[in-house]
Design a binder for this molecule. Structure first.
Ligand SMILES: [Zn+2]
Length: 67
C-alpha cells in the first residue's frame, strides 16, 4: 500500500509526506499532501508525474485531542 503509485487527478486518501516522481526533468522529491484533495498534475511533465506515500501524517483536524 505504501509503495503504490498514485496518478495525478486521483483522490488523496491519506495526509502525509509523499514522494513525487517526474518524467526526467526533476529528481524525486518530498511533498506534503492533505487528505480530501486530488493529486495535481505537474506544470512541466503534466500527467507523467507519479506519487507514492512516504510517511503518513494525520492532519490536526483529524485528531480528537486537538479540537
Ligand atoms: Zn514534472
Amino acid at each position: 500500500m505504501d509503495h503504490q503509485l498514485c496518478l495525478p487527478g486521483g483522490p488523496i486518501t491519506q495526509s502525509g509526506i509523499y514522494l513525487a516522481f517526474h518524467k526526467e526533468h526533476r529528481t524525486p522529491h518530498e511533498i506534503l499532501f492533505l487528505e480530501g484533495e486530488s493529486f495535481p498534475t505537474c506544470n512541466t511533465c503534466n500527467g507523467e508525474v507519479r506519487y507514492t506515500l512516504k510517511h503518513a501524517a494525520p492532519h490536526i483536524l483529524d485528531d480528537n485531542d486537538f479540537h
